[in-house]
Design a protein around this ligand. Sequence first.
Ligand SMILES: *[C@@H]1O[C@H](CO)[C@@H](O)[C@H](O)[C@H]1NC(C)=O
Ligand SMILES: *[C@@H]1O[C@H](CO)[C@@H](O)[C@H](O)[C@H]1NC(C)=O
Ligand SMILES: *[C@@H]1O[C@H](CO)[C@@H](O)[C@H](O)[C@H]1NC(C)=O
Ligand SMILES: *[C@@H]1O[C@H](CO)[C@@H](O)[C@H](O)[C@H]1NC(C)=O
Ligand SMILES: *[C@@H]1O[C@H](CO)[C@@H](O)[C@H](O)[C@H]1NC(C)=O
Ligand SMILES: *[C@@H]1O[C@H](CO)[C@@H](O)[C@H](O)[C@H]1NC(C)=O
Ligand SMILES: *[C@@H]1O[C@H](CO)[C@@H](O)[C@H](O)[C@H]1NC(C)=O
Ligand SMILES: *[C@@H]1O[C@H](CO)[C@@H](O)[C@H](O)[C@H]1NC(C)=O
Ligand SMILES: *[C@@H]1O[C@H](CO)[C@@H](O)[C@H](O)[C@H]1NC(C)=O
Length: 401
Amino acid sequence: MSSSSSCWVKILLSVVGLVTCLEGVNGGVRVSNTSKIEEAVNFHLYYGQTFKVIKNAVDGKSYLLIQNKSRMATRTRYCASRIKSFVIPLSNFSADTHFFPVSFFELLGILESMKGITSNNLASECALKLYERGETEMINRNDPQQFAQFSAHFVSDTDQSQACNFANFVPFGEDNPLQRAEWIKFLGVFANLESRANQVFDTVRQNYLCLAKVAANKTNSFKPIVAWMEYYNGIWSFTKETYKLKYVEDAGGENIDNSINKITYNVSNPDDLDELHAILCTVDVVIDETFALDPAEYNQSTFLQNVNVEDKSCFAFLTNQSLWRYDKRVQNSTALDWFDGAVSQPQLVLADLIEALFPTGNYTTTYFRNIAKGEGIISIGANMCDRDTSNPMDPTTIACQ
Ligand SMILES: *[C@@H]1O[C@H](CO)[C@@H](O)[C@H](O)[C@H]1NC(C)=O
Ligand SMILES: *[C@@H]1O[C@H](CO)[C@@H](O)[C@H](O)[C@H]1NC(C)=O
Ligand SMILES: *[C@@H]1O[C@H](CO)[C@@H](O)[C@H](O)[C@H]1NC(C)=O
Ligand SMILES: *[C@@H]1O[C@H](CO)[C@@H](O)[C@H](O)[C@H]1NC(C)=O
Ligand SMILES: *[C@@H]1O[C@H](CO)[C@@H](O)[C@H](O)[C@H]1NC(C)=O
Ligand SMILES: *[C@@H]1O[C@H](CO)[C@@H](O)[C@H](O)[C@H]1NC(C)=O
Ligand SMILES: *[C@@H]1O[C@H](CO)[C@@H](O)[C@H](O)[C@H]1NC(C)=O
Ligand SMILES: *[C@@H]1O[C@H](CO)[C@@H](O)[C@H](O)[C@H]1NC(C)=O
Ligand SMILES: *[C@@H]1O[C@H](CO)[C@@H](O)[C@H](O)[C@H]1NC(C)=O
């Protein structure tokens, strides 16, 4: 059907159709599909006829995205403290990969448009491959001038001076796993890929909610108790991060009591150690988040050394072999996929946790490894990229029920 005849059909169909067609005539702009935010709370989207606005709810800053074919694109340019403009769809971009989940680009299918990176600490095998082939340029992070050649520069670590083309991408600020994953819509807006972003998020969300529903039914009498804990500088502490607690609830487990997780435990202090010992006697599953310079070297012995408790006889998570770390997928000992692929595909994290809480022995985890069973790491390399990088990566759906 030609565009003019489809236009007449639309006029006949509805007033909305009329408006759409007039826009088409006016700016020669085809109206792309829109995204609607359903879970995330830290950004909002607004659609105009030839532009879109993303508003960041945390810092109050707005991005005005102007369709490249509109007249506004040639006339308007903002770079003020509260508003910046971008011409879309972006023809290229760079990302501050010191800390950035590039898997969102892969799911959208725009990884090859990422022409610049600031670090090769990448947990994506295909992003590594593009870098090794010379298709992605390494940019000096301390020289913002160098970013000017790209239509946008995406950053997740927002604690740096920002040039006009910087856009803050902050899924990490959200409080639950699905909210974080919905940030794919933020990036989709820059590429006019709303329909792809919506499709990926719907798939991820449906699978996540299905897994959570099934997990809710797995408990017979008591829910397994799960502790996310971390050792640093002689002190053990339990997580306060909401999204991690949410994962445990959704996996059919129970978090250790709030009154306990507020407290830190100094292993050199006998009273603290006694209390820590007592708490650990009540826990069924431990997730050891302790930072390791070389994750491959961190095993159950390291954990026990750090805990420093003589009598481990009451530790059910040891008897039952349920001591986990989220560093299974790691590149060059530094880049954990936990901070990349796990953010865009939370259904995989949830499936891992369900296996940790209700073991079938039948499921291969993606991000978690069980150090109580001596499970090691998987070292990510460019040679593991086994798909055509010009195509979008599809989210992985886990069989549910
Ligand atoms: C909008 O969405 C419809 C249905 O999902 C699709 O057929 C169409 O190609 C999309 N249009 C654009 C511009 O993406
Ligand atoms: C607008 O973007 C599209 C898609 O990238 C491109 O094909 C087209 O040449 C651009 N048009 C202008 C006027 O820049
Ligand atoms: C990025 O796209 C802009 C606008 O189309 C273009 O001027 C620039 O040369 C491109 N930069 C790179 C590094 O490809
Ligand atoms: C949960 O269990 C109840 C009772 O055993 C059953 O009726 C229901 O269908 C189950 N739901 C799911 C999602 O498995
Ligand atoms: C832990 O306790 C020891 C002994 O009381 C003390 O020397 C050390 O400073 C404490 N560590 C911290 C980080 O507070
Ligand atoms: C843990 O690693 C150390 C050295 O890397 C090794 O000596 C030890 O046997 C390992 N322990 C277990 C339980 O695998
Ligand atoms: C070990 O796990 C099983 C189920 O996986 C549970 O029935 C049992 O009580 C656990 N044992 C201990 C010591 O926690
Ligand atoms: C691995 O990381 C180390 C330290 O972070 C760095 O010096 C080295 O260049 C990296 N190796 C590769 C192949 O990227
Ligand atoms: C293992 O997986 C297969 C196929 O998904 C299933 O039929 C079987 O019941 C599972 N076994 C256990 C022990 O869960």
